[in-house]
Design a protein around this ligand. Structure first.
Ligand code: ADP
Length: 297
């Protein structure tokens, strides 16, 4: 079995559903409140585990009830949490207000994720034993760089999701094998509005790029090969939260299993298409047999 390590965030999403979001100084009565385990790191870990890899999560939760539930959620999907530390203080939270038009506003409090600013003893050993390291930008950049450098030292493939989008320092780009921005992130990183031009610009910085294009699919570029556009299956989406994380987690498993790139992208698109047809982020992620059944070459 392939082994994927994830160095990243765990968050409890605190989601409030309202007709219209309150203005400053206003109080409104909302309709519903849900606590939904998330965080891009945890979501990618769950996607990869359900897709059939052995997955280890490196990060931190707080010593509160959210921390217990975040750990439980990972373990329930088969993710190894031996390197997910419990630290003094609150877990990461995302405070999300969703209005009836589907618009949202979000405040993220990093909490325990903010303590992941270096590799702890044992982390490098774990990274060394993996085939692939998945990284995002919801923990301090210093740890992301340290993790990617450790992976590079040991020939472990690094896959970076540049979200939340921010300028990428040269020392991180130097140790990134595959960069997977969505369209918005690709445009923000490069200032190019055309996704293909943005992907081409990013390819000057890293050896392989996949730009995800929502319902349109994904665009793959690597040095010295023709660009590959892989369409997404046409489905009726009910909730696209976590689509990108499902895509990346599944893609990483396929590439680690040495599936050909086109097949890997289609397989990841099948997984993401299943997830957008169901509500929720990690709860909507498919298990391997479902992905195989939906996959068409
Ligand atoms: P993010 O969730 O990070 O914003 P995207 O919106 O680009 O990223 O979605 C990631 C992937 O999820 C897409 O490349 C596609 O495979 C799949 N996806 C997203 N939205 C849809 C949709 N409406 N129908 C089918 N697949 C989708």
């Amino acid at each position: 079995m392939t082994h994927i390590a994830v160095l990243g965030s765990t968050n409890m999403d605190l989601v409030t559903y309202v007709t219209k979001a309150p203005q400053r100084g206003q109080t409104v009565t909302g309709r519903e409140f849900r606590t939904i385990p998330g965080g891009k790191g945890a979501n990618q870990a769950i996607a990869a585990a359900r897709a059939g890899a052995t997955v280890s999560m490196i990060g931190a939760v707080g010593n509160d009830s959210f921390g217990l539930r975040l750990r439980d959620t990972l373990e329930h999907s088969g993710v190894d949490t031996d390197f997910l530390r419990t630290v003094e203080g609150p877990s990461g939270t995302a405070h999300i207000v969703v209005d009836d038009e589907g618009g949202n506003s979000i405040v993220v409090i990093p909490g325990a994720n903010g303590t992941v600013d270096h590799l702890s003893p044992g982390d490098e050993g774990l990274i060394t034993s993996a085939d692939t390291l998945l990284l995002q930008l919801e923990i301090p950049l210093a740890a992301v760089v340290a993790g990617a450098e450790a992976a590079r030292r040991h020939g472990v493939r690094t896959v970076l999701t540049p979200s939340p989008v921010q300028p990428l320092p040269p020392e991180l780009l130097a140790v990134t094998d595959l960069l997977v921005p969505n369209q918005y992130e690709a445009i923000t990183l490069t200032g190019r509005t055309d996704p293909r031009e943005a992907a081409t610009a990013l390819l000057e910085l890293v050896p392989e790029v996949v730009v995800t294009l929502g319902a349109t699919g994904s665009l793959y570029l690597a040095r010295g090969v023709d660009p590959l556009m892989v369409p997404a299956p046409r489905v009726t989406a009910v909730d696209t939260t976590g689509a990108g994380d499902t895509f990346v987690g599944t893609l990483a498993v396929a590439l680690a299993e040495e599936k050909p790139v086109h097949e890997a992208l289609s397989w990841a698109a099948a997984a993401a298409a299943i997830s957008v047809q169901r509500a929720g982020a990690s709860v909507s992620m498919p298990y391997r047999p479902e992905i195989d059944a939906r996959y068409t070459a």
